[in-house]
Design a protein around this ligand. Sequence first.
Ligand SMILES: [Zn+2]
Ligand SMILES: [Zn+2]
Length: 221
Amino acid sequence: MVSTPEVPGPSMDAVPTRYGDTTFRSRLEADWAATLDGNGIWWEYEPETITLDSGTLYLPDFWLPELGTWIEVKGPGIPRTEKTEELARIRACQCEGSCTCRWPGGEFVLLGKPALASDWNEPGHRPRSGYADWAAPFGPTAYFVTCPACTRAQWITLRRPWRCRACQALLEREQVHRPVDRFVRFVETSTRTGLFAMPDLGEPFTDAELGLTDGREDDVP
Ligand SMILES: [Zn+2]
Ligand SMILES: [Zn+2]
């Protein structure tokens, strides 16, 4: 099977961005790293190339070792998520009966999206960079929760039993949050390090959104 490589669109998003000791392929990836740091979540960047069942090679963006979770960051110029969906499917729990996976429910895969804007009509504190937005590429919706036993912030599904992915404590009584709840503050590397002091113009439109192409993804040179 021949697969077309994912070519990022001609957006500011694809500019290599340094954050900490790592150079990320895009600013959005660096921002997600800063957001994970801001929530005390241990991450590794592009640690492993995975061969999917289809034979396709896939290099997911982040692995969260304590949580058994992969994150694929998807900017607006990169619409396809087939590889991420396949990874989510093959790494999910396959246990017959009660789950005995290293992480409850098996390895988990999350799509990290551009931030949701702050609501400027909302009174009180509003984070300048907005709120983290995410989705599950396959299976039930992902909810954000903080484990009261080990204090680790993480994403889970509401497939029972709800257990902490790190320490397996039951989370049945905890408050869980969807992205629309605007609970997880998004951190931009530009506001954190001061190294990228460009004005925050938000995410640019893609050519397809502006009607400059016929929408085919291979129009990108
Ligand atoms: Zn299992
Ligand atoms: Zn825990």
